[in-house]
Design a binder for this molecule. Sequence first.
Ligand code: KG4
Ligand code: ZN
Length: 374
Amino acid sequence: MTGSALILGIESSCDETAAAIVDRGVVVRSSVVASQNEIHTKYGGVVPELASRAHMERIMPVIRRAIEEAGVTLDRVDAIAVGHRPGLIGSLLIGVAAAKALAWSLGKPLIGVDHVQAHLYAGLLGASTEPQSDGAPKAETGDHELFPALGLVVSGGHTSIYLLRSWLELQRLGATIDDALGEAYDKVATILGVPFPGGPNLDRLAQTPGANDRIEDLPISRLSPTSLDFSFSGLKTAMLYQVRGVPEHPAHKRAESRYVAPPPLTDERRRDLAATFQRAAVRTVTLKLERALEQLRQRGVHPKSLLTGGGVTANSRLRTELAVFASAQQLTLALPHMAYCVDNAAMLAGLAFHHLQAGRTSDLTLEPVPTTAC
Ligand code: KG4
Ligand code: ZN
């Protein structure tokens, strides 16, 4: 495709209302994200009904702002992309309805995109909202240098490893069997009394100068020797015991199963527990990446890159350790800029460019779906 290919992306899967204009899959002309943190903070988590009402109020103003900031008019947009799965059904419905209405009224193609798959694309988006000086997008020509690729999504709802043969062909190699990593962060933040939003606040606490990341021996889940799945529930329970004490086991009244009181949760201990949890959580991820790579290489598949995305790729320690891992394994690392780690519409509009090129568009029967296809 030559010239520009402007795609308007719309995102409303959870508690962020977002719209973006992306040119040829990589040049972000605008990316607007309206967070609902202030609405959900007092409940300690996202309240689905409140989220969909807020999407309804914000969706058109957010789309209008994205168009304005990109300096284009709606009739210049080549396609409308929307994250139609996975997510909260009432939230998805708002974005899907807006996208369908725009696509129909403008007579432009509609592209339904899987939000989880789009997270894997986020590392390709440039920090700049301007086109490159030669007018050419940075990464459009580089796809052959990326695939096959190892993929990692770590978000509030998903923690999965993939093998990608192209942007549109991916195979899931492993996924969490209980909590997603972001969910574990959020729950452990609650256990430690760290305010909402838990993940970023816990990360900040863990980075406090002087924090000791080895005060306890926390479990790092491996599951079976070859498993590429994740489990974070044991780590979460271990943190609960560190804070509330080890409960007496009802089936054993022996002395060693009595309630064990925890040390007092001082500011210093809270900080050290946050750092210790962070170390174990991140190690659980790198361990599975090492395993996945080893297994792929044994099968004769040699990934050239590591594509990463999802809210938890904003995590300071994970970013550092992913860089160390990729460099040791000679993989090109696509780590999203901070703005594209958490939910945004630019990643959807970027990936949708590849759908458009492959002729994969949707019709007006497109529906929101709560689960991911990948
Ligand atoms: O991708 P995302 O915005 O939404 C989903 O698709 O789930 O991810 C949100 C998740 C939340 O659980 C949030 O606590 C977590 O990402 N998160 C973090 C950090 N920033 C966001 N977790 C750990 N450290 C962070 N810095
Ligand atoms: Zn997400």
